[in-house]
Ligand binder design. Structure first.
Ligand code: SF4
Ligand code: SF4
Length: 186
């Protein structure tokens, strides 16, 4: 098994363990997870995701949302005062800050199919394609136009095959903590 396969197996095992004892009476011994079962699947997919630099998301994503700290990172990266960077590049819709011009994103460089502000790209670009939504939604959204996402789901599905439900609450607790740390590190 290659490095990718063994990583997939490791992540799949953690996922299987973290989502074991879900709704089971023994789960009373466990703290209630802050995130849904689907979120654990999303995190596992995110961990296995490798961007294939096709550029589709940067050409077609609209709107591209930003957190306030993304605006600060952009201003630092471009060495522009925040007010100037905001005036030039940012706008706001009813939900959040957004990039002014999209389709393609003005920071997309077609010559290398890459991002010109990669170290300062917004959080929404960092967590694409799996982690835009937390909680409640019981489905992982597969972006068929994103080859990296299709491959991540395929490798996770293959690696999950034959894994058994974990019955030891302490192991389940440890696996959920592991995913909590992954989430906190995003
Ligand atoms: S669509 Fe997916 S694989 Fe293509 S550049 Fe975007 S994230 Fe990477
Ligand atoms: S900021 Fe970079 S990663 Fe995000 S959409 Fe634009 S080019 Fe793509």
């Amino acid at each position: 098994m290659g490095e990718g396969g063994s990583k997939a197996r490791q992540v799949a095992q953690m996922l299987k363990t973290a989502t074991s004892l879900w709704g089971d009476v023994r789960a009373e011994e466990l703290s209630v997870p802050a995130i849904s079962q689907a979120d654990y699947y999303r995190l596992a997919c995110h961990l296995l995701f490798e961007c294939q630099r096709c550029g589709t998301c940067c050409r077609t994503g609209d709107p591209i949302r930003l957190l306030p700290e993304d605006a600060q990172a952009l201003s630092r990266h471009l060495k522009l005062p925040l007010s100037r960077a905001s005036k030039k590049y940012l706008s706001r819709d009813e939900k959040s800050l957004i990039f002014k011009k999209v389709r393609p994103c003005r920071f997309f460089d077609p010559s290398v199919s890459g991002c010109r502000i990669y170290p300062a790209r917004p959080h929404s670009c960092r967590i694409f394609p799996f982690l835009g939504v937390y909680g409640g939604d019981e489905r992982v959204t597969l972006h068929a136009s994103c080859p990296g996402s299709v491959e991540a789901v395929r490798s996770l599905r293959d690696a999950m095959e034959g894994l058994n439900e974990e019955t030891d609450p302490e192991k389940v607790r440890a696996a959920r903590r592991w995913f909590d740390q992954v989430l906190a590190s995003l």
